[in-house]
Design a protein around this ligand. Structure first.
Ligand code: SAM
Length: 350
């Protein structure tokens, strides 16, 4: 909806309209911010990280106060959905301090959703606190239900701990969406099983194409499984009904008639979804990426630290949004086996 002068607006829960100050050159309103609160993780998923990663010195990370200021600046400019991610957001010590301070924007009604993406390893500990702070849904990344395979994919992960985390989250009343990356020769035979399991527990399932981000120890070509193939295989056993359910993210959903549950597809390689992109991402050091699949970025840490008031920060955000590109163009480089982009997903935040 637009105001009479054509400025796109955000409709708050109270029905009030607020101008959105973050409109990019392609007339897309930016309403969704993903914030990587740490580049560290307690897993080393083979498609996400190399086994031996060098992480940022802790002193380089923005403090919780600084992250809060950054997020609040985006919220003041029209962001209505905020996702904390990483690395693993729940391994940053004291993370609930940030969740709790950000939850004031839920209480005031300007933020419609505060959520997070997690590997689930710490959910057992934090589920109730998350719920108490206004979080209603979380995404849990889980690529297999086979404990040995889970260990092989994550290198360090313990499936039982993740399942216990999911149990705790559901018991606390959180809705869960399972995210599974489709990996050729690894979990392609298991997607149907994951679907039955997730839908049987009342959880949505989204499958994701592996993206060529950062150097990992394996070849991307060995990992890459187009979702067109996954979908065609599933369609041999299930009936998909088109639905227009959207969560503000890039997934396209169908309802699976046999299970009654929702199945999402995120297809950054086979089908580019940039025309409706409403997202930007901040790293834990305050770098703003206007697109997951491009290198251009804006430093927000300097304006943040240069002054106690937010004038410089707001100006830097406005300038960055004018540079949001039309889209990404991931290509898996077959000849040189180079990543499309040098930075890992754990850096930009998934
Ligand atoms: N640690 C949290 C988690 O596991 O969900 C949040 C960060 S993780 C980087 C976010 C999501 O990105 C996970 O679902 C992970 O599977 C996915 N991911 C990581 N690297 C990827 C890649 N190269 N291609 C596609 N998805 C990737």
């Amino acid at each position: 909806m637009a105001l009479p002068n054509g400025i796109p607006t955000i409709e708050l829960d109270r029905g009030e309209l607020r101008p959105n100050a973050l409109v990019d050159p392609f007339q897309r309103a930016i309403t969704y911010l993903r914030v990587s609160v740490t580049d560290r993780c307690d897993f080393r998923c083979v498609y996400c990280m190399a086994e031996h990663m060098t992480f940022l010195p802790k002193a380089d990370l923005l403090s919780f106060e600084e992250l809060d200021r950054l997020c609040s600046a985006f919220i003041a400019k029209g962001v209505t959905k905020l996702r904390l991610t990483g690395g693993e957001p729940l391994v940053r010590r004291g993370i609930m301090t940030l969740v709790s301070s950000l939850s004031r924007h839920l209480a005031s009604g300007v933020l419609k959703e505060l959520t997070l993406t997690t590997n689930g390893s710490q959910l057992e500990r934090y589920a109730s606190e998350l719920e108490a702070n206004g979080i209603k849904r979380v995404n849990v990344s889980l690529d297999t239900l086979n404990a040995d395979k889970f260990r092989a994919i994550t290198r360090w992960g313990d499936l039982d701990k993740v399942i216990a985390g999911i149990d705790a989250a559901q018991a606390a009343g959180l809705q869960i969406k399972i995210n599974a990356v489709a990996l050729k020769g690894v979990n392609d035979e298991e997607i149907a099983g994951l679907l039955e399991w997730a839908h049987g527990r009342g959880m949505d399932l989204t499958v994701i194409e592996v993206m060529p981000l950062g150097n990992v120890d394996e070849s991307r070509l060995d990992q890459y499984l187009p979702l067109s193939i996954v979908r065609a295989r599933l369609a041999e056993h299930y009936t998909f009904e088109e639905i227009d359910y959207r969560t503000g993210g890039p997934a396209r959903y169908v309802r699976v008639k046999e299970t009654g549950g929702r199945l999402g597809f995120i297809t950054p390689l086979t089908h580019n979804f940039c025309e409706s992109c409403n997202r930007v991402r901040i790293t834990c050091t305050g770098t703003l990426y206007m697109c997951l699949g491009q290198n251009d970025a804006a430093d927000l840490r300097s304006p943040l630290r240069a002054s106690g008031n937010d004038t410089l920060l707001h100006a830097a955000i406005d300038e960055a949004i004018t540079r949001k590109p039309k889209g990404h163009d991931f290509v898996i480089d077959r000849r040189h086996q180079r990543p499309a982009l040098p930075r890992h997903m754990s850096m930009t935040g998934g």
